[in-house]
Structures are given as structure tokens and as C-alpha cells.
Write a protein that binds this ligand. Structure first.
Ligand code: PL3
Ligand code: FE2
Ligand code: FE2
Length: 232
């Protein structure tokens, strides 16, 4: 497959582009930052996987730094306040689950939902990224599959036992993602990323993850549709 390079028609220096980038870049920086904290929390909740989870957390730190460099490279100041608000509901739900020692919900939120969201967004972004951000994002997206995989493996290994709780966590958190996609739609368009493609890619990644864990097609479709009905 040919390497997709930056589309020459995009003006990365225009005020419109930089304005949208200030929010999208902040979302990604904040998302990576919270992912770091979430993996640190998971390492605490799963001491038998401490080394692995600590290594995954460190990757998130690197991702955060990488995306900060992308913003600096375009001379954009990320709107971090906007981004903290953007993640607030998902962050609250993760933290509440963490306090309750609810490992399943924590994994559904971070390793499945957030990682699939990141994987789909980064894949859609790559063909339209400036060349600096392209290099960074390419490296990041490879790591995100490892994060997703950790969650899949853990949940799959105890599927029957954790199934109802996964369904509940899906019910409570998937609608938030559809809402977040709506919020990011206009800015994503300015970056030449289409919401339909984001939805399509997310649906495929998340649906595949549910399938890998043990849900059948009917259950997977039902879980996806549920979030969609309430969120959009
Ligand atoms: C987990 O490792 C990271 C979580 C980050 C969540 C990212 C959400 C992305 C929303 C749309 C962003 C488009 C990508 C642009 C990259 C500069
Ligand atoms: Fe990451
Ligand atoms: Fe990640």
C-alpha cells in the first residue's frame, strides 16, 4: 500500500486550521494524559500485571509529549480547559469505578472505549496530517493497539464472569463517546476528518474488540446500537 502523505491542498498555517487544531490537539494531549493516569490506576488495581501496566502508562506519557510537540510545531496553543471539560464525564466514570475497585469498568472505559476512539481518530487523521504530526501519530497508533490488546485479553480470559458488567459499563459509557464525536465534528472537519469515517472506524474497532472478548455478532451489534441511540 502506498504511504499516505500530507494532502498538499491543506493550509496548516491558516488561522482557521490553527484555531481548530488548538482544540483537537488539546483533546489528544488531555486524552493521552488521562490515559497515563488510568494505566497507573490499573497497575495499582492489578498488582500481578504491574510491570506490564506501568510500561503501558509510560507509553502514554510519551504520546502526550509527542502531541505537545505537534502543537508547538504548528505554533498552536492547545486549549486545555476545553479538553478537560470534553473528557469530564468519562473521567468521572473511570475515577468512580477505580475507587470502587471495579476493574472491569475501568478496562472497558480505558482499554476498550478510549483506545478504540484513539485508534480510529489517529487512523483517520494520518492521511491529512502535516508531516511532523504524521510521524508522531504513526508511532503512537502502533502502541495503542497494545493497550487495546491488554484489555481484550484480560476480559476474554474471564468472559462469562465479567460479561454482565461489561454490558453495564458499555451502557453507561458508550453514549458519552457518541456525544463527544458530535462535539468534535466541526473542528475535525476543518482538519479534513469526516465524522462518518470516525464513526465507521470506531464502530469497526470497538465491534471487533467485543468480538475478540467473546460477544457474538448479535450481542455486539446490540451493544453498539445502544450507545448510538442514547448518544446522538
Ligand atoms: C489513549 O492512548 C489516548 C486517548 C486519546 C483520545 C483521542 C480522541 C481523539 C479525538 C479526535 C482527534 C483527531 C486526531 C488528531 C490528532 C492531532
Ligand atoms: Fe496513547
Ligand atoms: Fe493508549
Amino acid at each position: 500500500m502506498p504511504q499516505l502523505e500530507a494532502t498538499p491542498t491543506i493550509d496548516y498555517q491558516s488561522e482557521t486550521y490553527k484555531d481548530a487544531y488548538s482544540r483537537i490537539n488539546a483533546i489528544v494531549i488531555e486524552g493521552e494524559h488521562e490515559a497515563y493516569e488510568n494505566f497507573v490506576k490499573l497497575a495499582e488495581l492489578l498488582p500481578e500485571h504491574q510491570d506490564k501496566l506501568t510500561a503501558l502508562a509510560k507509553m502514554e506519557r510519551r504520546h502526550e509529549k509527542g502531541f505537545q510537540a505537534c502543537g508547538r510545531n504548528l505554533e498552536v496553543t492547545p486549549d486545555m480547559e476545553f479538553a478537560r471539560e470534553f473528557f469530564s464525564k468519562l473521567r468521572d466514570n473511570f475515577q468512580k469505578a477505580g475507587e470502587e475497585g471495579d476493574i472491569v469498568t475501568c478496562l472497558v472505559i480505558q482499554a476498550l472505549i478510549i483506545e478504540c476512539f484513539a485508534i480510529s481518530a489517529y487512523n483517520i487523521y494520518l492521511p491529512v496530517a502535516d508531516s511532523f504530526s504524521h510521524k508522531i501519530t504513526e508511532g503512537v497508533v502502533k502502541d495503542e493497539y497494545l493497550h487495546l490488546n491488554f484489555g481484550e485479553e484480560w476480559l476474554k480470559a474471564r468472559f462469562e464472569e465479567v460479561k454482565p458488567r461489561i454490558e453495564e459499563a458499555n451502557r453507561q459509557n458508550l453514549p458519552l463517546v457518541w456525544g463527544m464525536l458530535n462535539q468534535v465534528e466541526d473542528d475535525a472537519n476543518v482538519l479534513h476528518m469526516a465524522k462518518e469515517e470516525l464513526i465507521e472506524d470506531f464502530t469497526i474497532s470497538y465491534g471487533e474488540a467485543l468480538g475478540n472478548i467473546g460477544f457474538n455478532t448479535r450481542e455486539t451489534v446490540r451493544m453498539l446500537a445502544q450507545g448510538l441511540r442514547q448518544g446522538v
